[in-house]
Design a protein around this ligand. Structure first.
Ligand code: XBP
Ligand code: MG
Length: 257
């Protein structure tokens, strides 16, 4: 089956959003609510094992704050905190605080020119995706992605494959006609469970994750003047960055396995 669509994860893949984006937005929401919850860089790295901001806050209280007395309306508090955090995070994106990772804008443009379809499969909240795309690509960039699968659209978040099944169904494609792009072990477990060949681009939080069974692991998608490095997987035969041609080859190789 020839490559028909690219399915992108968002956080850590399209942009390096977690340490200097989501994390400070959570901390601002906690401070505003008068809570003494402060998520430092290292602690946040541990908390990222749980996908979904609301789920991550619950995990933090359960696992790290046995001292915290949950109020009767704890569910409502979590919802309020998450709404406040999303306001802070989208405001950061609107200020242009978080750029796209190397090679993302180039590859998206190449895919559009060559008729390769685009989709998104992310755990983050839809508002966050919309703000990121509008402020890093173009005001109408959301329309470039035929399907934007995000957040609570599915019952189970990554590492469950639900969001990828949702996107494949809406695209009307089989896994062998697509390539997924992820940055984390949770993301790869979701894509593999959905039967998707997967390109991994690592970041500071995920460099040490288990990426066995990924199609290829790179430091970045790369640019002509900022070549990528293959950390594991097939050689790019001298190519300095991942373009549609390289992706077609990777997809064909993965389908022959
Ligand atoms: C990353 C996540 C999200 C973000 C926070 O999603 O797990 O929960 O950390 O965003 P992905 P929310 O890598 O799948 O893009 O607070 O909106 O969940
Ligand atoms: Mg991610």
């Amino acid at each position: 089956m020839t490559l028909q669509a690219l399915i992108f994860d968002v956080d850590g893949t399209l942009a390096d959003t977690e340490r200097d984006g989501h994390r400070p937005a959570f901390n601002r929401a906690f401070a505003e609510a008068g809570l003494d919850w402060v998520w430092g860089v290292d602690l946040y790295g541990e908390l990222l094992a749980v996908t979904g901001g609301k789920e991550r806050m619950r995990h933090y209280v359960e696992r790290y704050r046995p001292d915290y007395q949950k109020p009767a309306d704890f569910d409502a508090l979590i919802a309020r905190l998450h709404a406040a955090k999303t306001r802070h995070y989208t405001a950061m994106l609107e200020r242009g605080a978080i750029p796209l990772r190397s090679g993302v804008q180039r590859l998206v443009g190449e895919a559009r020119r060559m008729g390769v379809r685009l989709a998104i499969a992310t755990t983050t909240t839809p508002d966050n995706v919309s703000a990121l795309l509008r402020h890093t690509l173009a005001p109408d960039a959301e329309s470039w992605f035929e399907v934007i699968g995000a957040g609570d659209m599915v019952p189970a978040k990554k590492p469950a494959p639900d969001i990828y099944f949702h996107v494949l169904e809406r695209l009307g494609l089989t896994p062998t006609q697509c390539l997924a792009f992820e940055d984390s072990e949770n993301g790869l477990r979701a894509t593999l469970a959905a039967g998707l060949a997967t390109v991994i681009t690592v970041n500071d939080y995920t460099r040490g994750h288990d990426f066995r069974d990924a199609t290829i692991v790179l430091d970045q998608l790369g640019e002509p003047d900022a070549p990528c490095t293959v950390l594991s997987g097939p050689s790019l035969n001298g190519a300095r960055y991942l373009g549609i041609e390289q992706l077609r080859l990777l997809s064909a190789q993965a389908n022959r396995r």
